[in-house]
Design a protein around this ligand. Structure first.
Ligand SMILES: Cc1cc2nc3c(=O)[nH]c(=O)nc-3n(C[C@H](O)[C@H](O)[C@H](O)COP(=O)(O)O)c2cc1C
Length: 150
């Protein structure tokens, strides 16, 4: 068995919108999956060094933009640079929701989530979060292709 077998695991592409005080942040994540249906819960793996990992441990409510096909530019813009030093919410494709959380316009779907449990796994922090509300906009979700981004 050879080749990059980890790239065979299928994933979507998501952007996590978070805020801490006046500071808002956006981070691209592919390592996200559903883990419960009653209630709906998701699990997302965030590198422990990322600004988003710090924010989600302090401010548990965040949103997820499920990126649609064709939104690679948003995935790249939110997937490089730390919100500690770069304001990724200044891009024209970014909006702010009623909770004051940043999101990506014209995404396939949106989920509003609240962290319920936090685990450590190697170099990543796992956030199990309940989906409080959501909206499916009917666009085709993007499928993660590591070769396209890295
Ligand atoms: C397509 C794509 C998928 C990514 N998936 C993840 C992921 O699942 N978990 C993660 O910790 N970082 C992931 N990253 C990297 C982060 O988005 C990136 O390091 C980001 O700049 C961290 O932002 P922050 O420090 O402002 O939180 C991904 C990047 C891209 C482009």
């Amino acid at each position: 068995m050879a080749g990059n077998y980890m790239n065979a695991i299928t994933q979507g592409v998501y952007v996590i919108g978070s805020k801490m005080g006046e500071k808002k942040n956006l981070m691209t994540a592919a390592w996200l999956t559903q883990i419960s249906s009653r209630p709906n819960q998701i699990l997302v793996a965030v590198a422990s060094s990322h600004y988003t990992a710090e924010i989600l441990q302090k401010e548990p409510v965040f949103n997820i933009s499920v990126l649609a096909n064709g939104q690679e530019a948003a995935a790249i813009a939110c997937g490089r640079g730390s919100g500690r030093t770069v304001d990724k919410t200044q891009h024209p494709f970014c909006g702010t929701d009623a909770e004051g959380l940043p999101f990506i316009k014209d995404a396939a779907a949106y989920l509003c989530c609240e962290v319920r449990a936090v685990f450590q796994a190697g170099d990543h922090t796992l956030f199990a979060a309940e989906v409080l509300s959501g909206e499916n906009c009917g666009r085709e979700p993007m499928r993660y292709d590591a070769d396209k981004f890295f």
